[in-house]
Design a binder for this molecule. Structure first.
Ligand SMILES: CC(C)(COP(=O)(O)OP(=O)(O)OC[C@H]1O[C@@H](n2cnc3c(N)ncnc32)[C@H](O)[C@@H]1OP(=O)(O)O)[C@@H](O)C(=O)NCCC(=O)NCCS
Length: 152
């Protein structure tokens, strides 16, 4: 990782930034500020941010979904894409999963999201099942992708 690039826990003071980026990046499908606030304070999630020279460039959210450790959100601001930020955030997610002794991780991705699917396939994630019309209001199917960590 570049010397001036680092990943840290996000705090309450970062939530306005996150809500703004969420709306810019995901549009109508974005988590609302109220959802973010509630989710952040549930105590069940880990919010992480990647920053360069003190400027946040992307974020991830993870937590348990049943037995599976789940990547619930991942985004990088448009001006910082294709520079390895998402890969660093996924590495960080997998490090946390291993630290917790998790055997399997999972995530959901829209069938239309070629960039994210390529990113996850690069780690060996495979499609577990399809969730018809999972993404609303776009009415797009979701793919559940999973990766077994045993032996990784
Ligand atoms: C998907 C997203 C997180 C990728 O972020 P990024 O920082 O640009 O990704 P990275 O630079 O770490 O790329 C890692 C790998 O992902 C894949 N990838 C990333 N963007 C891609 C694109 N536009 N097209 C094809 N593959 C892509 C490539 O395999 C890439 O490796 P490479 O650069 O060596 O070819 C970013 O495009 C984004 O925020 N999109 C909008 C939000 C979103 O879709 N989030 C995912 C929800 S499941």
């Amino acid at each position: 990782m570049r010397a001036d690039r680092s990943i840290r826990d996000l705090g309450e003071a970062d939530l306005d930034w996150l809500a703004e980026k969420e709306a810019e990046i995901f549009g109508a499908a974005a988590w609302s500020p109220a959802q973010i606030d509630q989710d952040f304070h549930s105590g069940l999630r880990r919010y992480r941010g990647i920053e360069e020279s003190g400027v946040l460039l992307g974020y991830s959210v993870c937590g348990f979904d049943g037995d599976s450790f789940h990547l619930l959100n991942l985004a990088v601001v448009p001006g910082a894409r294709r520079r390895g930020c998402a890969r660093k955030l996924v590495d960080d997610f997998l490090d946390e999963a291993r630290r917790l002794g998790v055997r399997e991780v999972s995530l959901e991705v829209a069938v239309t999201n070629a960039a994210a699917i390529a990113l996850y396939r690069g780690y060996g994630f495979a499609v577990v099942r399809t969730r018809p019309r999972y993404y609303q209001p776009e009415d797009v199917d979701g793919l559940v992708m999973g990766l077994a960590l045993v032996g990784h």
